[in-house]
Write a protein that binds this ligand. Structure first.
Ligand code: NDP
Length: 240
């Protein structure tokens, strides 16, 4: 029996690699995305993985989107909360909108996606929830008070929910990537990127596939004793 996996932000960047790796591992995969129709259509055409458009920041849209996925593929057993955005600014210049947008996608999005799936996972006595947090949620990052706060919140959510799901066969874990060579990171000025790379002991950015590998590990049926954990994958940059 192949399990159904839903990856938010699953058609680009790290999410696309996660979708592909789960498919390669035998899962039936659905990839959600927010607005980039062109990238999503290309991804589906190249991989055969269906893509579904809605915003994880909108609870009702998540409920409706999940219903579409489940009608097409069956009950979602593996949820990867990967969708995320940045709205960087030093705090004295940060607007309420920048704060709010990041909270709504990067933190509230986890509630909006996990809550509608939780009862089904409990009833079926199986579930895997994997939250993509960030090194900057662990250590904090100047210019990212909003992002760091949301990503740290993801870790608290992970630990609390892991305790609630434990007896129901649901594991809840987080992955904290370091700097990965996706559009999100390639968008920062080259000089800044070079200074970031200089701080990474392995001397390079990570690859999206290296995060996808962590997801496949945590999603597996025989990973049932790993819950409430934070898996860091950051080239040795920071350790907790
Ligand atoms: P990208 O910007 O490359 O891709 C982001 C994906 O999230 C896109 O598919 C986008 O959809 C989707 N998305 C954004 N907002 C929403 C929303 N409201 N609803 C649904 N989907 C949404 O990001 P990365 O691949 O770099 O990052 C993926 C995750 O990893 C994020 O949570 C990020 O914070 C985290 N991370 C990334 C690091 C890095 O170095 N890149 C480091 C640490 C953590 P669309 O294609 O429609 O725009």
């Amino acid at each position: 029996m192949s399990r159904v996996a839903l990856v938010t932000g699953g058609s680009r960047g790290i999410g696309a690699s996660i979708s592909l790796a789960l498919k390669a591992a035998g899962y039936k995969v659905a990839a959600n995305y927010a607005g980039n129709d062109e990238a999503a259509a290309k991804f589906t055409a190249e991989t055969g993985i269906p893509t579904y458009k809605w915003s994880v920041a909108d609870y009702d849209a998540c409920v409706a989107g999940i219903a579409r996925v489940e009608a097409d593929l069956g009950p979602v057993e593996v949820l990867v909360n990967n969708a995320g955005i940045t709205r960087d600014s030093m705090f004295h210049k940060m607007t309420r909108e920048q704060w709010q947008e990041v909270m709504e996608t990067n933190l509230n999005g986890l509630f909006n996606m996990t809550h509608p799936l939780w009862t089904g996972m409990r009833d079926r006595k199986f579930g895997r929830v994997i939250n993509i947090s960030s090194i900057n949620g662990q250590k904090g990052q100047a210019g990212q008070a909003n992002y760091s706060a949301a990503k740290a919140g993801d870790l608290g959510f992970t630990k609390a929910l892991a305790q609630e799901g434990a007896r129901a066969g649901i594991t809840v874990n987080a992955i904290c990537p370091g700097y990965i060579g996706t559009e999100m990171v390639m968008a920062v000025p080259e000089k800044v990127r070079d200074s970031i790379i200089a701080q990474i002991p392995v001397g390079r950015l990570g690859q999206p596939e290296e995060i996808a590998r962590c997801v496949v590990f945590l999603a597996a049926d025989d990973a049932g004793f790993i819950t409430g954990s934070t898996l860091t994958a950051n080239g040795g940059q920071f350790f907790v």
